[in-house]
Design a protein around this ligand. Sequence first.
Ligand SMILES: NC(=O)c1ccc[n+]([C@@H]2O[C@H](COP(=O)([O-])OP(=O)(O)OC[C@H]3O[C@@H](n4cnc5c(N)ncnc54)[C@H](OP(=O)(O)O)[C@@H]3O)[C@@H](O)[C@H]2O)c1
Length: 302
Amino acid sequence: MKRPQQSADMAPEQNGTTTVPTLGFGTYRTGGYKCYNAVKNALDCGYTHIDTAMAYENEAAVGRAIEQSSVDREDIFLTTKIKGYPEMVEYERLIEAAKGCLERLGTEYLDLLLVHWWNPLADMEETFNALNTLVDDGLVGQIGVSNFSIKELKQAMRLSDAPIATNQIEYHPYWGDEELVRFCQDNDVTVTAYSPLAEGRAVEDDVLRSIGDRYGKSAAQVSIRWLIQQENVVTIPKAATPKHIEANIDVFDFELTDRDMRRIRKLKPPFWYRENREGGSIYEARSVLGNFVPDSLYNRIA
Ligand SMILES: NC(=O)c1ccc[n+]([C@@H]2O[C@H](COP(=O)([O-])OP(=O)(O)OC[C@H]3O[C@@H](n4cnc5c(N)ncnc54)[C@H](OP(=O)(O)O)[C@@H]3O)[C@@H](O)[C@H]2O)c1
């Protein structure tokens, strides 16, 4: 696979004492051999930042791909996440869970460990004590959070001695919480934008396509570029298809103009996208239907 030319732009987002590489490789909804192949391809292609999670149930496949790749472990930035269930983020359970991640990933340390989401029934002080212990013991390089609101993030920052390196949140041309992004930017917390392609739905967008045409780039590449061109924002597109893996890292040889950036920010999510999201009417209808329709039929229509 061809290694795309990487510019100084590829340099990690350095924020105070924390560092998160600008472009990572997502692994949600892939497992087994498919995940192994994708991660191995990604490493061959030049990605150095791999994102997984306990909840994805693919840490073993990710670990095997890293072990069998030609890239040294110390040249890879490996992130995983602990499930945010209250019992999982208790002090002892969290330490045990992190050790489980290390074992499945076949590594002696994690570059970044995140709490995947927050449940208000959990004790955040206990959680951050455990995360800080993991850092002090050298098992984890940096810690961070995911899907945290401003209020939760403020509390985490107050409770943790180690800096909160990132808040991994949904952010792409169709979706973003601008206030939360600004809060992170103002407080040295890198935003890791997840679902940068709106789970593949933005790749057909006419506006993104027409902007991309001017640079010889696809809508997907424009979407990724739009994110990483923002201050203190990094992103982690997922792809299993080799040509997508290759294309998504080939985003460092063009620059969107301020006008492009503004135009993309103003994009409205298409109707079907909005209504399929949690809280949208199609989503709600499906949730109700789910109670009455047999699984075999539901899976075909949902
Ligand atoms: N912290 C959290 O709660 C959370 C939640 C969701 C996601 N994430 C992380 O963020 C990562 C990315 O988000 P995501 O997986 O939800 O979605 P995504 O990256 O927005 O989109 C992935 C989809 O886009 C397709 N695709 C990728 N590159 C493409 C290209 N160049 N052209 C056309 N199609 C392309 C992929 O197809 P192929 O696979 O066929 O190539 C796949 O169907 C996840 O994998 C995960 O690591 C975190």
